[in-house]
Ligand binder design. Structure first.
Ligand code: OFO
Length: 174
């Protein structure tokens, strides 16, 4: 059974994962409209992954005898100056998510909720990977530049980094 406080914090995380998914979807749409199919494919994949993160939380909350809440969201930022701004925003967003996960982990330790603490370790590792990936992408962008040639190569590169649909995790990672 989750405490009221942990239930509330987990539901806030549900909302944040949902907002991450919507944000990356808006980025994907912007890139697709610009004809950057490698970038948009990558971002559509990221949006799907964030939805999976949200669903994992849903299942956990409900299985622990609480109730996962569905919230709304305001429309995310949809216009970007250039590809660099997209990935700078993505990294900034991931750093903010990591901060929230850490707060949640901390709250679990304070309440001696070791089950939720254990569950959250997956998110801790995932954030390390996502931050690393965003930094690698920004490095690539720096290297290739945003002139036509550089952007073409960058777009092709991102197509090869696109995650396969995370179907196995879509049912809560079971
Ligand atoms: Fe949900 O992993 Fe990033 O935000």
């Amino acid at each position: 059974m989750l405490s009221k406080n942990i239930e509330k914090l987990l539901n806030e995380q549900v909302q944040l994962e949902f907002e991450s998914s919507q944000f990356y979807l808006a980025m994907a749409s912007w890139a697709e409209a610009k004809g950057l199919n490698g970038v948009s494919g990558f971002l559509y994949g990221q949006a799907d992954e964030e939805r999976v993160h949200m669903l994992k939380l849903f299942h956990f909350i409900n299985e622990r005898g609480s109730h996962a809440a569905v919230g709304g969201s305001k429309a995310p930022k949809a216009k970007f100056k250039n590809v660099k701004e997209v990935f700078e925003d993505l990294l900034k967003h991931e750093l903010a998510v990591t901060h929230e996960i850490n707060k949640l982990v901390d709250a679990c330790l304070k309440e001696k909720d070791y089950t939720t603490h254990n569950f959250l370790q997956w998110y801790v590792s995932e954030q390390v990977e996502e931050e690393k990936q965003a930094m690698t992408i920004l490095d690539k962008l720096e290297l290739l530049g945003e002139d036509r040639g550089g952007l073409y190569l960058f777009d092709r590169d991102l197509a090869s980094m696109t995650a396969a649909p995370a179907a196995d995790a879509a049912n809560g990672g079971k």
